[in-house]
Every structure is written in structure tokens, then in C-alpha cells.
Design a protein around this ligand. Sequence first.
Ligand code: GUN
Length: 291
Amino acid sequence: MQLIDGKATAQVIRDEIKAEVDYIVSNGHRPPHLAAILVGHDGGSETYVAYKIKDCEEVGFRSSLIRFEDHLKEENLLKKIEDLNQDPDLDGFIVQLPLPAHINEQLVIEAINPKKDVDGFHPENVGRTVLGLPSFISATPFGITELFRRYHIETSGKLCVIVGRSNIVGRPMSILMSQKSMNATVTVAHSGTEHLESLCASADILIAALGSPGFVKAHMVKEGAVVIDVGTTRVPSADTKSGFRLKGDVVFEEVAPKCSYITPVPGGVGPMTRVSLLSNTLLAAKGNITQ
Ligand code: GUN
């Protein structure tokens, strides 16, 4: 069994990005600039956005954090998005989700200029991804494909079972895995799937992205399979400063011995998701993603 070290791989990619930023700046251009809009004070969202700002600093990007209170009116958020769409000094921005219930998330996503949509959530980017055209690909699927590429994991002709059909992970992942470049045979499983355990056990590549801690157990994994654990559920913990720890969708201890490759939680997909936002922002700054 080989551990897929997302933390170390993400560091390699950050170093590559930093080298490109140094080159851009040494040629007299401004560094790439990412903004994050955060509405309210959700604990998870606060943590994720703080990481995004810290990551920008590490690679030499400029970053801006734009905060609003929970009671922000939808029209005021849309107005801010329009300002950012027009701002020539800003390459990309994200609106951290979830938003308060009175704000229509889809409306917000569709208000973002697709050329600055470094989350890859806008229907134009999703559609372009489906068609195999240059697009911003959402961070987690992008990060997972980088792991396959950098670890030289064979995907061509393999049976890939993805558990979870979210717009952010499962669905775009299924599109990427079925493209010619990855060439896998893909099945998307979900809460309505019959015989889910035996389906998982038939997979050469199993991607668990359902957000149910400890869901995938040893009997659901084929000997020699590649297992990618996308789960990052925050569970209470007495052992950490924050009072939380991350728990994956896979029972690592019992599944790992059966695998050819496996991602741990933490230190697997999570760091790759973080660095992929930086990769997308660099692409946005270079202006060479969507025409
Ligand atoms: N909430 C959870 N993950 C994400 C993400 O990747 N982007 C945004 N904008 N919100 C999120």
C-alpha cells in the first residue's frame, strides 16, 4: 500500500506557483490577486477562508477578504459581485458557501463573471468542463486529478465508482474521470443506489465523497483498489486546540491494508483542494482559461 501524500504534493505545487509569481513580478507585473467574500460567522467557513488568505500569502498572491454580516441583503451582495466583476486589479474571487438562507445561492453563483470564477461553480464553467473545453474546474476534483497525474496512477480502462453526486465534487469528478485524458469507466452512486456495498467492492478506483464519516469499510473495498477519501467532517475532539478534528468517509485503518493507493484524512485531498484554488487563480491572472 502506498500513501498518497496530499500535503507534500500540495507543497510542491505551491512552490511551483510561487516560482511563477516571482517570474511575473520580476517582469514588472502585479502579482495575482484573489478575493474572498465571507457572509456571517459560520465556524467552518471562517476557518476555510482564513486558510485561503494564508495560502495566498505563502505563494506571493495579493488577497482581499470582504466580510458581511448575516443580515446582508441579497441585492447588496449582488452589487458587490458586480463591482468585483469589473475590477481590473482583481483576477478571481469566491463567495464562501453556504450563504444565509435568505440569499439565493444559485443566483449569486450565476452573477460571478465566469472568467473570475476560480471556484468553477458558474454554469458556464461547468458546461465547458462537460464539453472538454478550457474551464475553471472546481478545486476538489482538480486536486484529485492532480494526485492521479503526479502519482502516475493508471486510470485508463479502470472501473471508477464515485459515491456522492454533489455539484462541487461527485458530479464534476465523474465528468473528468470519463474524459479521454483519464479514460475511466465511471459509475456515480448516491443515496438511492441499490447494492451500494457490492458496487463499491467492484471498483478499481473508489472515490468516497458523501460526507458520512467512516462509511467505507474493508468489506466494501477490492484488494488492490485505489481509494480516494474526500470526506472532511468536523467532529468534536478533546485532543485539538480547535476542539475539532477532521474525519474521513473511509475507515482508514481497516481499508488501507487492502489498497494499492489511499489518501489519508487529514493530509490527503484537503490540501490539494486548497492549492487548486491557487492554481485556478494563477490561470485567471494569466488570462488563458476561457476565451
Ligand atoms: N464551501 C465549502 N467548500 C467551498 C468551496 O470550495 N468554495 C466555496 N466558495 N465555498 C465552499
